[in-house]
Design a protein around this ligand. Structure first.
Ligand SMILES: NC(=O)c1ccc[n+]([C@@H]2O[C@H](COP(=O)([O-])OP(=O)(O)OC[C@H]3O[C@@H](n4cnc5c(N)ncnc54)[C@H](OP(=O)(O)O)[C@@H]3O)[C@@H](O)[C@H]2O)c1
Length: 247
């Protein structure tokens, strides 16, 4: 399988890329700024390449996807993982910060889905003349957050973007089921990645208090779940909440 993981230079995306790589799949490491980190991930996977694109820019995203399709023929799994936060109370959140979070977390996933679809479908149409009934042609997994279900104080743009990503997941699942493409959302718990460690001490403490298992989420466990999901057939339009914050 050819697996494209957005934002896989570090954090959860890197863990997902390594998990797919361990299973022998071809993996596209995507990044925006951290070229060196992305190239280090490539070195750990047998068949892999690092490509740069700003997820908010459709032309850059399409160029990247075309390059992968030209080299490896098509894309089987897309994980929309790239994301950012801008912590501030709603009243102090600037329009610019709100737009940047939406462009990355929501429009980024929209851009990648639109760009990837032809390369997910074409190899199947070309080889078989039609999509075979019951045969899974692709998986799209969108990384959302419990903030999108419950809202988190100080994260208005982030919470809104992650809620909208769930809506996008549902819509895409309905529209793409006819092509046997499965679309699901995965909600990791609080992870001590760059994003998680950048939060305030109080936010990290609160995340632990709210978790009934009193632990942070392990990116490697989330990555294993994503790999498993990408091997299933017949499950689509679902929201898998791996976050044990129940308060
Ligand atoms: N950390 C948590 O506690 C937590 C909890 C729930 C959900 N999530 C979600 O899980 C996902 C991964 O989070 P993480 O903690 O692993 O984040 P992270 O460590 O901060 O990594 C973010 C990744 O996204 C990429 N990225 C950011 N903006 C981009 C843009 N405009 N275009 C292309 N790539 C961009 C970064 O690329 P560069 O390295 O090149 O900058 C990096 O690879 C996010 O969607 C996040 O919302 C995280």
């Amino acid at each position: 399988m050819v697996c494209l993981i957005t934002g896989s230079s570090r954090g959860l995306g890197k863990a997902v890329a390594l998990a797919f790589g361990k299973k022998g799949h071809r993996v596209v490491i995507h990044y925006k700024e951290r070229k060196e980190e992305a190239e280090e991930v490539v070195l750990q996977i047998r068949e892999s390449m690092a490509l740069k694109a700003d997820v908010g820019n459709f032309n850059e995203v399409k160029t990247l996807v075309d390059e992968v399709a030209a080299k490896w023929g098509g894309i089987d799994v897309l994980v929309n993982n790239a994301g950012i936060t801008k912590e501030a109370l709603l009243l102090k959140t600037s329009e610019r910060d709100f737009d940047e979070v939406m462009e990355t977390n929501l429009k980024g996933a929209f851009n990648f889905i639109r760009a990837v679809l032809p390369s997910m479908l074409t190899p199947h149409f070309e080889k078989k003349g039609e999509v075979l009934k019951g045969r899974i042609t692709g998986h799209i997994i969108n990384i959302s957050s419990i903030a999108g279900l419950k809202g988190k104080s100080g994260l208005s743009a982030y919470s809104a973007s992650k809620a909208a990503l769930i809506g996008l997941t549902m819509c895409a699942a309905r529209e793409l089921s006819v092509h046997n493409i499965m679309v699901n959302a995965v909600l990791p718990g609080y992870m001590m990645t760059d994003m998680g460690t950048a939060s305030t001490g109080a936010a990290k403490e609160k995340a632990l208090q709210e978790s009934v298992v009193k632990n942070y989420s392990d990116p490697n466990n989330v990555a294993e779940f994503i790999c498993y999901l990408s091997g299933t057939s017949g499950t689509t339009g679902q929201v898998f909440n791996l976050d044990s914050r129940m308060l």
